[in-house]
Design a protein around this ligand. Structure first.
Ligand code: UD1
Ligand code: CA
Length: 450
């Protein structure tokens, strides 16, 4: 069955107390709406429609960044969840498959759960995702009769008996797209909230002879975010799960609670991650690589056998090939370090290609920025860059070439050549002793005077 996603994200999220639309607040480095899109992506949807309201332009952009085919429709007034879904009607005109309604502020629905719903859809016209609530609070209650879901009652409209029901509505609903929009056309707003409730489509559908059922998931999946406190709790839940998954996948985390993951972090089996390491988006670390304590990585790739840190920073475009060593206080950006290259201390390498087995001495800097443009530094294989070399890009250092410590490299260095570019040293015999005597005498005089 082909599927379309309808992701509701028009709510203004007043309790976030933020200029940023609620669904753009990040969890694990990705806007929460992207988490919903990722989960829904497990169903290989043919279309994705985002219903946006507050900050619609920014919401649309974030959705497009993740999925260039995502469409955003506007809900200018938040009249209820049925009205919100109705806003997607034109975008899905003529679509013959299933529609799945997800909430942009509910980031933890799993692909497996959506697959279970899709399986149940083979037997029922409408499938609702429910959960057994520890504290049912203000959730909509699912009124069932055996396998059959008869109706959903919103908290505000419940009687005592209905309020005692603990099986609650997550908000995720799956039905044939045409059926969904047909039913929504019949939804009114004569209820306690004066809203168009999506949940009303169950009773309406049942009266029309359609079948409905519930798939139950763990309550943790249905966690919705309405405040900064809930956002922080969601981040903690995300990190806890990411750590557990990494350990399960055979990654060594020396202090799991101090390692922070992004939504898309990929760590190979037997990779070792030391304490206080932070992964931003788009990082892959291959098997057997080691990330030492207090390192920060984003947008980079670390190959087998490589070591990073402690206190290293890998920025977007850093590509460390096998057995590369990047040590303390080293920053790498948009640069490839070929197999066996080493930059062990106090170095900035930006916009560069470093050859195999080349050694970058302490304090080396690629001067890649002239204030307007960025320029590239290219260094061949088996080169030796002396400590405190300034590589003024664009510049090329040949293979097996060497730069003397303190050299400011402004011209290309041919293969095998030694570049020396620093003031020549001159030794003055006995002058140090004379200097010391003079200075000490001056100090004694000063102390007596005070
Ligand atoms: C909804 C369900 C309730 C369920 C609960 C789970 C309805 C009527 N109620 O209640 O049964 O237990 O979710 O969390 O569906 N939204 C829009 N436009 C609107 C209204 C809502 O985009 O006009 C979006 C919100 O931004 C939010 C989602 O839809 O992401 C749910 O809306 P919300 O008002 O939070 O619904 P609840 O009252 O929590
Ligand atoms: Ca809600």
């Amino acid at each position: 069955m082909t599927t379309a996603l309808i992701i509701l994200g028009a709510g203004m999220g007043t309790r976030m107390n933020s200029d940023l639309p609620k669904v753009l607040h990040p969890i694990g480095g990705a806007p929460m709406i992207v988490h919903a899109m990722r989960a829904g992506g497990g169903l290989a949807p043919e279309k994705t429609v985002i219903v946006a309201g507050h900050g619609a332009e920014a919401v649309s952009q974030a959705a497009l960044d993740y999925d260039p085919d995502a469409q955003t429709v506007l809900q200018t007034q938040q009249l209820g969840t049925a009205h919100a879904v109705g806003c997607a009607k034109d975008a899905l005109a003529g679509f013959k498959g299933d529609a799945v309604v997800l909430y942009g502020d509910t980031p933890f629905i799993s692909v497996e759960t959506l697959e279970a719903m899709a399986a149940a859809r083979a037997l029922h016209d409408i499938v609702v995702l429910g959960f057994e609530a520890a504290d049912p609070g203000r959730y909509g209650r699912l009124i069932t009769d055996g396998e059959t879901l008869d109706r959903i009652v919103e908290f505000k409209d419940t009687n005592d008996e209905e309020r005692a029901v603990t099986l609650c509505n997550s908000g995720v609903i799956m039905a044939r797209s045409e059926t969904l929009f047909d039913l929504i056309d019949s939804v009114g707003n004569a209820n306690a909230a004066g809203e168009y409730y999506l949940t009303d489509i169950i009773a309406i559908g049942r009266a029309k002879g359609l079948s409905a059922t519930v798939v139950v998931c763990d309550e943790a999946e249905t966690l919705g975010i309405n405040s900064r406190t809930e956002l922080a709790a969601a981040e903690a839940a995300f990190q806890a799960r990411a750590r557990a998954d990494a350990l399960e996948d055979g990654v060594t985390l020396l202090a799991p609670d101090t390692v922070y993951f992004a939504y898309d972090t990929v760590l190979g089996r037997d990779a070792v991650i030391e304490q206080n390491v932070i992964f931003g988006p788009d990082v892959t670390v291959e098997s057997g690589a080691r990330i030492r304590a207090f390192s920060h990585l984003e947008g980079c790739h670390v190959s087998r056998g490589a070591t990073v840190g402690p206190f290293a920073r890998l920025r977007p475009g850093a590509e460390l090939q096998e057995n590369v060593h990047v040590g303390n206080f080293v920053e790498i950006k948009n640069a490839v370090l070929a197999e066996g290259a080493k930059a062990n201390h106090l170095t900035y390498i930006g916009d560069a290609d470093i050859g195999e087995r080349t050694n970058i001495g302490a304090g080396t800097i690629t001067c890649n920025y002239d204030g307007v443009f960025k320029h590239r530094t290219t260094i061949g294989a088996d080169a030796f860059i002396g400590s405190n070399t300034m590589l003024v890009a664009p510049v090329t250092v040949g293979r097996e070439a060497m730069t003397a410590s303190g050299t400011v490299v402004t011209k290309d260095v041919p293969d095998g050549a030694l570049a020396v570019g620093r003031a020549r040293q001159d030794n003055k015999a006995g002058l140090a002793v004379q200097m010391f005597d003079k200075l000490k005498a001056a100090k004694i005089k000063q102390t007596k005077g005070s």
